[in-house]
Ligand binder design. Structure first.
Ligand SMILES: O=C(O)CCC(=O)/C=C/C=C(\O)C(=O)O
Ligand SMILES: [Fe+2]
Length: 314
């Protein structure tokens, strides 16, 4: 088995509230580098660690993480809708391998995914059906959230399970880094919103458009410096990238949910996808980070990062 990892921030505001052309050009360069890395690696399987923004997972049952044996994209924020190419037999084998290693994984035979899963597939592969992909949802918004050590354990178990496959496996993390966009919160929500968050009532097109506009307006306000959101925190973001680059992943075990909220915003928990992806790669042996890009982009409400890593000596 050969393995590599990519971490890629996503933002629903890409193309809707873009930063200055020179910033965009730097991001495009970094993304082109990651794309070239992925093309050269030529994965036979992608394990995609992604969050959800109340499109697929609801409080009726809210798992800390869940592996899909089949998945369908909902098409929010104009992202691609439709079925992902999930190799069901392989997904079941990986799920069994994770359970055998003592991590209580849940599975979904009909997972709904949103832009958090779709955007990296569009950016790196040109669509959601171009490469065999096993989506692994990691809760990054719905409290209560578990400790970071369990995310590492999940990543390590997935890495070890994938090491048994005769495949070239790309571990892909989607999200983060520090950011605090408007995402609905159950605590204190009005009854209609609470019901939607619990039961998973699909929004009407008008409701979805209003939610999406709220995020766009927040991006504009944030870029204008007029917001109550937690600021992007480049120091925190670069400290995380240092941990990933140095392979000292257990350093995150001491992080608490409250600290992450205060220092890096309520959606900073999306970095759990990066931790899982790099832990999975680490479980296959020593690795090196080959490229690293970071820029704070208020227009996208994102500490935006792109990083690639491969097995040492590969
Ligand atoms: O409020 C709504 O209805 C939608 C909110 C939403 O989906 C926000 C998403 C933000 C990100 O994915 C992000 O910044 O990571
Ligand atoms: Fe997100």
């Amino acid at each position: 088995m050969t393995a590599a990892a990519v971490g890629l921030s996503h933002s629903p505001l890409i193309g809707k509230n873009d930063p200055a052309p020179e910033v965009l050009a730097r991001v495009e360069d970094a993304v082109a580098g990651a794309k070239a890395f992925v093309e050269a690696f030529d994965p036979g399987l992608v394990v995609l660690f992604h969050p959800d923004h109340y499109n697929g997972f609801f409080y009726k049952e809210m798992p800390p993480f869940c592996l899909a044996t089949a998945a369908n994209a909902v098409g929010d924020f104009e992202s691609q809708a439709g079925p992902l190419s999930v190799p069901t037999d392989l997904a079941n084998r990986v799920a069994q391998g994770v359970l055998d290693r003592g991590v209580d994984l849940t599975v979904s035979a009909r997972m709904t995914v949103d832009h958090g899963a779709v955007q990296p597939l569009e950016v790196l592969f040109g669509g959601i059906d171009r490469v065999p992909v096993i989506p692994v949802y990691i809760n990054g918004v719905a409290t209560p959230l578990g400790p970071m050590s369990r995310i590492r354990a999940l990543g390590e178990a997935i890495g070890a399970a994938c090491a048994k496959l005769d495949k070239r496996v790309l571990f892909l993390g989607s999200g983060g880094l520090s950011h605090d966009p408007p995402v609905p919160v159950l605590e204190g929500a009005p009854p209609r919103v609470a019901e939607a968050l619990i039961e998973g009532i699909p929004p009407t097109p008008e409701q979805r458009a209003r939610g999406e506009q709220r995020v766009i307006d927040a991006g504009k306000a944030y870029a204008a410096g007029d917001t109550t959101m937690i600021p992007i925190n480049p120091t925190w973001d670069n400290a995380l990238l240092d941990i990933l680059a140095n392979g000292t992943l257990s350093d995150v075990d001491g992080w608490t949910v409250e600290q992450m909220n205060a220092e890096a915003g309520h959606s900073s928990h999306e970095v759990r996808t990066w931790i899982a992806a790099f832990s999975a790669l680490a479980a296959t042996g020593a690795y090196t980070m080959d490229s690293r890009f970071y820029e704070a982009i208020p227009e996208w409400i994102a500490g935006f990062a792109v990083a690639t890593a491969s097995q040492a000596g590969a």
